[in-house]
Write a protein that binds this ligand. Structure first.
Ligand code: ATP
Length: 233
């Protein structure tokens, strides 16, 4: 088990955003968190990586209790987050956006060098000297994912990677997730079922800060009642 979230409650001030979320990921799995706007998907990812610390409950990464640890420390243990708004640093080139994120965990086998990123994603290589802020939404998403790889994550958290992207780019992001899934454990969020079920083996559905359904992708595909009740379809 690489990640175990046990009954976490997370608040924004007095607002009780997560009301007892529990989930588990085995090493190598790709899992999706589904749910409508405001269901608590981003807050779950933020709680795992320590940006919104849970007030109660427990998060364990590789069997170690990481609840309440600062985000930078959790990131250094091997958890990468690509946030919904991507946070590309304006004024820095594509190359500099990647360089700034380079961090090698002690003992980690180097897998993602700048050369490999440019080799595997030639589009980023072609844009290497360009200001990150001038990239299209899809290019920024590729850069945001590539940037998270520079810290050699063992667990990658992707927050709505498709948001606002054209269908052709969504396909590319899907292919990227499939490729990364061969070597990395991935937890990503999405609002609708189609993309999620194509690229994840299992899904959890959230509503009002709670997990209301858990299923294998193949079982959720035909379950239109659950889809209509909890998701944007
Ligand atoms: P979205 O797709 O809109 O990001 P989500 O499923 O990721 O949806 P969250 O962003 O986790 O949902 O939001 C969960 C709840 O917490 C919502 O009720 C939301 O209004 C609230 N919330 C989120 N961020 C904040 C914040 N910074 N301050 C106060 N409340 C927040």
């Amino acid at each position: 088990m690489i990640l175990e979230v046990d009954n976490i409650h997370t608040y924004y001030g007095e607002s009780h955003a997560l009301q007892g979320i529990s989930l588990k990921l085995n090493e190598g799995e790709t899992v999706c968190l589904l749910g409508r706007n405001g269901a608590g998907k981003s807050t779950t990812l933020r709680s795992i990586i320590g940006l919104s610390a849970p007030r109660s409950g427990r998060v364990a990464f590789q069997g170690r209790d990481i609840t309440g640890q600062p985000a930078y420390r959790i990131a250094r243990m091997g958890v990468g987050l690509v946030p919904e708004d991507r946070r590309i640093f304006p004024g820095l080139s594509v190359r500099e956006n990647l360089e700034i994120a380079q961090y090698r965990r002690p003992g980690a086998t180097p897998r993602w060098t700048m050369e490999r990123i440019f080799d595997e994603y030639p589009m980023l290589g072609e844009l290497a000297g360009q200001d990150g802020a001038t990239l299209s939404g899809g290019q920024q998403q590729m850069l945001a994912v590539a940037r998270s790889l520079m810290s050699e994550p063992l667990l990658l958290l992707l927050d709505e990677p498709n948001e606002g992207l054209a269908p052709v780019i969504v396909k590319q992001i899907g292919a990227l997730i499939d490729e990364l899934a061969k070597t990395t454990t991935i937890l990503f969020t999405d609002q609708s079922v189609h993309f999620a079920l194509k690229h994840a083996k299992r899904a959890y559905i959230l509503e009002k800060g709670m997990i209301v359904h858990e299923a294998k992708s193949e079982d959720l595909i035909g379950d239109t009642e659950t889809q209509h009740r909890y998701l944007s379809v």
